[in-house]
Design a protein around this ligand. Structure first.
Ligand code: SAM
Ligand code: DTB
Ligand code: SF4
Length: 330
C-alpha cells in the first residue's frame, strides 16, 4: 500500500467501536509508520481532537501488591523467578496497607488505582484478598484496575461483582514475536483471559512493550492485533522497554525516541476511541519527548514515583510538566 492510500483510508475511518469498524492490515499499519514524522503526528493529532479533549490526560497510579517470584519467563521482567535481577520478593500485601496507598494516590490526583501481582494467575485464597482490595479502593471513589495474570471466567465475574472497572492484560508484542519473548504461556492463553474479562463486562486494558528488538513490522503487528479486536481495548498502554539487568533483554538496543512517538501516533490513529497510555519508560524520557507523545495522541499516564518495581517520574515533576503544557488531569 502507498502512503497516499494509507492517508485516504484514514479519512474514512469510522467512529470507534462501530460494528463496521475497519480492520487493519500490517502493511497499512507499516505505511503509517513510514509517513514523514510531521505528517504522521499531524494526522494523529487530528484524530485525537475528533475523539478527545487534547488537553486532558488521565492518570493511573500503580502499586505492586505481590512482587517477584513469578513462574513465568517473560524476557523483559524483573519479577520472573528465572532471572537474577536482585529484586526482593514480597508476599501479597495486606488490604489495609493497599487502601492507605490508594488514599495517598487519590490525594495526589490519580483517578484510577491499578494493583499488579506477579502471578501466572491468582489462586482462590489470593482472590479473596484481591476482591477485598477492589471493594475497598472502589469505595474510596476511585476507578479500580488489577493485573493478576491469567483468569478463569468465574474469577473475572468475581472481580466484576467486587466493582472492578479495568483489567490489564497485555498482548505485549506481535503474534509472530511472542514466543521469542515468552515461552511459559502462549498468546492464545492471553487472548482467552481477555475474552473472559470482556464477557464479564469489565473494561479491557491491553497493550504491549516496544524496544525488545521486534522491528517496525513487530510494532505494526502489535497495534494491528489490538486495533482489530472485536472491540479494541478501552485503554492501551504502550510501554518502552525498561531494560532490567539480569533479564535476557538487559542489553536490548535502545529504540530511537522518534520511533516511540511514531508508535503512539499510529496507536492513536488505529484506535481513535481508546485511551493510549504513555506507560513504562517515562522516567528515561525528556519532558520534550513526553510532550511529543501527548501531541501524537497519548492521553493517559502512570502517575506516582514507582511503576511496579522500577522508578517513574515523581508526581511533582509531572505536575510541573502538566502546568508547562497546560494539560489537565481527567
Ligand atoms: N503478571 C501479570 C501479567 O503478566 O500480566 C501482571 C504484571 S506484568 C509486570 C504487566 C505488564 O508490565 C507486562 O505485560 C508488560 O507489558 C509490562 N512490563 C513488565 N516489565 C516491563 C519492563 N521491564 N519494561 C516495560 N514494560 C514492562
Ligand atoms: C502496563 O502495561 N505497564 C505497567 C502496568 N501495565 C502493570 C507495568 C510496567 C512495569 C515496568 C517495569 C517495572 O516497574 O517492573
Ligand atoms: Fe510474571 Fe507478569 Fe512478569 Fe511475566 S510479566 S514474569 S507473568 S509478573
Amino acid at each position: 500500500m502507498t502512503m497516499t492510500s494509507a492517508c485516504r483510508n484514514l479519512d474514512t475511518q469510522p467512529a470507534a467501536h462501530a460494528a463496521d469498524r475497519r480492520k487493519w492490515t500490517v502493511a497499512e499499519a507499516e505505511a503509517l509508520f513510514e509517513l514523514p514524522f510531521m505528517d504522521l503526528v499531524f494526522r494523529a493529532q487530528q484524530v485525537h481532537r475528533e475523539h478527545f479533549d487534547p488537553n486532558a490526560v488521565q492518570r493511573s497510579t500503580l502499586l505492586s501488591i505481590k512482587t517477584g517470584g513469578c513462574s513465568e519467563d517473560c524476557s523483559y521482567c524483573s519479577q520472573s523467578a528465572r532471572y537474577r535481577t536482585g529484586l526482593d520478593r514480597q508476599q501479597l500485601m495486606a488490604v489495609a496497607e493497599v487502601v492507605e496507598k490508594a488514599k495517598a494516590a487519590k490525594a495526589k490526583g490519580a483517578s484510577r488505582f491499578c494493583m499488579g501481582a506477579a502471578w501466572k494467575g491468582p489462586k482462590e485464597r489470593e482472590m479473596e484478598t484481591v476482591l477485598a482490595m477492589v471493594r475497598e479502593v472502589k469505595a474510596l471513589g476511585m476507578e479500580t484496575c488489577v493485573t493478576l495474570g491469567m483468569l478463569k471466567g468465574e474469577q473475572a465475574q468475581q472481580l466484576k461483582d467486587a466493582g472492578l472497572d479495568y483489567y490489564n492484560h497485555n498482548v505485549d508484542t506481535a503474534p509472530e514475536y511472542y514466543d521469542k519473548v515468552i515461552t511459559t504461556h502462549t498468546l492464545a492463553d492471553r487472548l482467552d483471559t481477555l475474552d473472559q474479562v470482556r464477557n464479564a463486562g469489565i473494561n479491557v486494558c491491553s497493550g504491549g512493550i516496544i524496544g525488545m528488538g521486534e522491528g517496525r513490522s513487530g510494532r505494526a503487528g502489535l497495534l494491528v492485533q489490538l486495533a482489530n479486536m472485536d472491540r479494541p481495548p478501552e485503554s492501551v498502554p504502550i510501554n518502552n522497554l525498561v531494560a532490567i539487568p539480569g533479564t535476557p533483554l538487559a542489553d536490548a538496543e535502545k529504540l530511537d525516541p522518534f520511533e516511540f512517538v511514531r508508535t503512539i501516533a499510529a496507536a492513536r490513529i488505529m484506535m481513535p476511541g481508546s485511551f493510549v497510555r504513555l506507560s513504562a519508560g517515562r522516567e528515561q524520557m525528556s519532558d520534550e519527548m513526553q510532550a511529543l507523545c501527548f501531541m501524537a495522541g497519548a492521553n493517559s499516564i502512570f502517575y506516582g514515583d514507582r511503576l511496579l518495581t522500577t522508578d517513574n517520574p515523581e508526581a511533582d515533576r509531572d505536575e510541573t510538566l502538566f502546568a508547562r503544557l497546560g494539560l489537565r488531569p481527567i
